[in-house]
Write a protein that binds this ligand. Structure first.
Ligand SMILES: Cc1cc2nc3c(=O)[nH]c(=O)nc-3n(C[C@H](O)[C@H](O)[C@H](O)COP(=O)(O)O)c2cc1C
Length: 277
């Protein structure tokens, strides 16, 4: 059975829950801003991502409060002073970040409330967060309101001017090591994700070749009752059907597919192809 929600016909109760629990995991922007009187603000936003590399553009979205349709201080601030620092959230600081998300009044400095240390930024007025290993100094290029009701987001388009990266999260090639960074992600309800070794795996991309695709798999393989879509995708990532170089076997189709499945699990996709041919 499929549950269908007809949003266009006004079935909007629970929409926040469905959207925020479905579109997961989300990275979290920890956004430092200042209002025109100089009040500092620091708040997390998981409606956030990177949308362009050149120019480097990050976008986050403060949503109008559902209960009284007021705007978040962060939104008010970026409309007044078009600058921010976006810091990334790691497991070490996740509880403090959660504390900073309380509805403090606009004069409250969440750096102080949540125990963070301000570092003066180089190019913008809002300070950056010492405890975060990656900070982006940004200017705000544009703010696009998406509606006027409670729940309406505003896209805040931030152009990155300077990036600060703690070298402890870099590997020997100066690339960011996801395990050293241990970024925290936001899921639905009160759930958060960490970035640990047992939650990560690699998918080897067919970089120098174009995968032949499912449509070019022999029918007997494509219609396998044993190999999953993921496993067929590994086979279909080969450029073409490999030549058979292994001796003929008398295995049944069930046996071939079962052995191939295990070989694919072990990362031996060439051997898997040979058994199947
Ligand atoms: C991890 C996390 C992610 C959040 N993401 C968002 C978001 O994407 N949009 C939003 O409007 N509020 C989000 N919130 C809630 C805001 O942080 C909260 O409303 C905060 O009080 C806003 O502060 P401000 O009014 O000082 O800007 C999030 C809260 C947490 C803890």
């Amino acid at each position: 059975m499929i549950k269908t929600i007809d949003v266009k016909s006004g079935e909007t109760a629970g929409l926040y829950q469905y959207l925020s629990s479905a579109i997961t995991p989300r990275p979290i922007a920890f956004v430092s801003t200042i209002d025109k009187s100089g009040n500092k603000n620091l708040s997390p936003f998981s409606f956030f991502n990177v949308f362009s590399v050149n120019p480097p553009i990050l976008v986050f979205s403060p949503v109008r409060r559902m209960r009284n349709n007021t705007s978040k201080h962060t939104l008010d601030n970026v409309l007044q002073l078009k600058e921010c620092v976006i810091s990334l959230v790691t497991e070490d600081i996740a509880q403090q970040v959660s504390l900073s998300s309380c509805d403090f009044d606009s004069e409250t400095n969440e750096f102080e409330k949540a125990g963070f240390t301000e570092i003066k930024s180089d190019l913008v007025s809002p300070p950056r967060v010492k405890e975060s290993p990656i900070n982006f100094e940004c200017k705000i290029n544009e703010v696009i309101p998406l509606g006027e009701e409670g729940g309406a987001g505003s896209l805040v388009l931030c152009e990155v001017l300077k990036i600060h990266i703690d070298e402890t999260v870099l590997d020997k090639n100066n690339a960011i090591d996801p395990l050293k960074l241990n970024i925290v992600s936001r899921l639905g309800s009160n759930w958060y994700g960490r970035t640990t070794k047992d939650s990560l795996y690699e998918i080897a991309k067919p970089i120098s070749r174009i995968g032949m695709g499912f449509d070019n798999l022999p029918e007997k393989i494509r219609n396998s009752k044993i190999l999953t879509g993921n496993e067929l995708a590994i086979l279909a990532s080969a450029e073409s059907i490999p030549q058979k170089i292994s001796p003929e076997n008398n295995l049944s189709s069930f046996e071939k597919h079962t052995i191939a499945k295990q070989l694919l699990l072990d990362g031996k996709y060439e051997e898997a192809w040979q058994i199947l041919l």
